[in-house]
Write a protein that binds this ligand. Structure first.
Ligand SMILES: C[S@@+](CC[C@H](N)C(=O)[O-])C[C@H]1O[C@@H](n2cnc3c(N)ncnc32)[C@H](O)[C@@H]1O
Length: 202
């Protein structure tokens, strides 16, 4: 499923208020996925499609006070919840950007890594969106595409089955990433998590 921005905004805008209470036990899974990015103190990282900012606190912990954490999302209600939860605004956790991740106000190669949880299947133009994420990351930098539940378990939760055209399936994702400037370096799709890790090509 890919989505146009208006539909994304409507869909997530109506879910923002109870987003964090729907899955209250996901915190450790987010922290573990962030750890696999291998961030160092002082690094700059973007949470693309940050929503209510569930990854922002572990991202800040990974880069420390000298690092930079940006959170970008196109749904205002999600960012409002992030601020209300103390993960943005003046809290010092992250600077929040109300924007489509396909058009980032960030200079070329400024970031060391991008974290994207539950994002990729909502991109209207996946190659263009992933290429924009590659543009803002330095060569050798990393991209983590994460979900705190695997594809099959998520489909079952929604009463569906996984389909071969799913962008997150490895055979589809690998060439899409390559076209966008990323090399897939690891891929895990198990019940308790989905994590595709890619490296920015030189
Ligand atoms: C499934 S939610 C995940 C939110 C958050 N990452 C989390 O794990 O809780 C997907 C989020 O991506 C945002 N999103 C989808 N497409 C986007 C785009 N093109 N640019 C910016 N944000 C986008 C939605 O507004 C929504 O907040």
């Amino acid at each position: 499923m890919s989505d146009d921005p208006t539909h994304v905004r409507e869909f997530f805008g109506s879910r923002a208020a109870d987003w964090d209470t729907r899955f209250p036990d996901d915190g450790p899974a987010y922290a573990a996925a962030v750890q696999e990015l291998g961030l160092r103190p002082g690094d700059a990282v973007l949470d693309a499609g940050c929503g209510t900012g569930r990854a922002l606190t572990p991202l800040r912990a990974a880069v420390g006070p000298s690092g930079t954490v940006l959170g970008a999302d196109l749904t205002p209600e999600m960012l409002e919840r992030a601020v209300a939860a103390g993960r943005g605004g003046t809290s010092g956790t992250a600077a929040l950007l109300l924007t489509d991740v396909g058009h980032l106000p960030v200079r070329d190669g400024a970031l060391d890594a991008v974290f994207g949880a539950g994002l990729v299947s909502h991109l209207a133009e996946p190659v263009a969106g992933l290429r924009e994420l590659a543009r803002v990351v330095r060569p050798g930098g990393r991209l983590a595409l994460f979900h705190p539940i695997g594809r099959a378990a998520l489909a079952a939760r929604h009463g569906r089955q996984i389909t071969p055209d799913d962008l997150r399936a490895e055979p589809r994702l690998r060439p899409v990433l390559a076209e966008a400037g990323w090399r897939l370096v690891s891929y895990v799709d198990e019940n308790a998590r989905y994590l595709a890790m890619a490296e920015r090509e030189a």
